[in-house]
Write a protein that binds this ligand. Structure first.
Ligand code: 4GY
Length: 259
């Protein structure tokens, strides 16, 4: 996958491409990344990229001309690419979107700075707007790195078969079960016994229950978004029985038409 990032701070990406799985993905040519400096596309003597906002107010706005020129140059290098602006206004990025993006031949990620980019840019040159969450960064670079990282590890061949993406968090819509390694007791806390037994079936069952419990407690919204498997329903029913034993049967809903 060809990855072109448009940014005022291309050096931020040097370290990003050169470590760990990202570095391996580059070396094995699963991704061909490049960061282009938007400032290089400004035509004036001082390569100005910002200007004061029409209507007044604080801060500066990214000028449209250098950014448009940078996007057109990137699109000429990668004609099949989607052109994605990183902004809190965008669709909220998640694992489903990451999987879709992992199948694309090329992406251009546009990183804004200052208060934002001139809105007329998104009208024609931008094909998608993507947000990594409901908070405001000082620029799109960190967001672009999050997207590139999540997408790259899903490209077939990037992760080894062992730690492949099939059995990580979200592949089944649940949070991951806890992980443990040696020592068997760390600062008084023991590793759950079942994990030391070697009973593969019991271990898988324990992991599913742990995943389900974590998701139920920390992210119940994830459970409402997906269908439950028969095994999950079985586990939840057992917990329901246990809770009823502990608390008594659930009370009748208040204010019903009952006599
Ligand atoms: N959240 N998700 C985000 C962001 C910074 C001003 C436009 C986000 O993706 N990007 O907060 N971006 C702003 C800074 C210009 C981008």
């Amino acid at each position: 996958m060809q990855i072109l990032v448009l940014t005022l701070f291309p050096e931020m990406f040097d370290a990003f491409w050169s470590h760990g799985i990202m570095r391996k993905a580059v070396e094995q040519t699963h991704i061909t990344p490049a960061a282009l400096n938007i400032r290089d596309f400004a035509r004036d003597r001082h390569h100005v990229t910002d200007d004061r906002p029409y209507g007044g107010g604080n801060g500066m706005v990214m000028k449209p001309e250098p950014l448009a020129a940078a996007i057109r140059a990137a699109q000429a290098r990668a004609p099949a690419a989607r052109t994605i602006l990183m902004t809190p206004q965008g669709r909220v990025f998640n694992q489903v979107i990451a999987r879709e993006m992992a199948a694309l031949p090329a992406i251009i990620l546009v990183c804004g700075r200052y208060e934002g980019v001139d809105d007329r840019l998104s009208r024609d040159l931008i094909t998608d707007e993507l947000s990594i969450g409901d908070y405001v960064l000082t620029g799109g670079e960190v967001a672009a790195m999050a997207v590139v990282d999540a997408v790259t590890r899903l490209i077939p061949g990037v992760l080894g078969g062992a730690d492949s993406a099939e059995h990580d968090s979200f592949s089944n819509g649940l949070l991951e079960h806890p992980h443990y390694t040696r020592p068997p007791v760390f600062e008084g806390a023991a590793v759950p016994d079942v994990l030391l037994t070697g009973h593969h079936h019991n271990i898988e069952r324990w992991r599913l229950e742990a995943s389900l419990m974590r998701t139920l407690v920390n992210r119940p919204d994830l459970l409402l978004e997906r269908a439950l498997t028969a095994e999950e329903i079985d586990i939840l029913r057992r917990w329901q029985t246990d809770l009823n034993r502990l608390l008594g049967p659930p009370p009748e809903p208040a204010g019903g038409r009952k006599r």
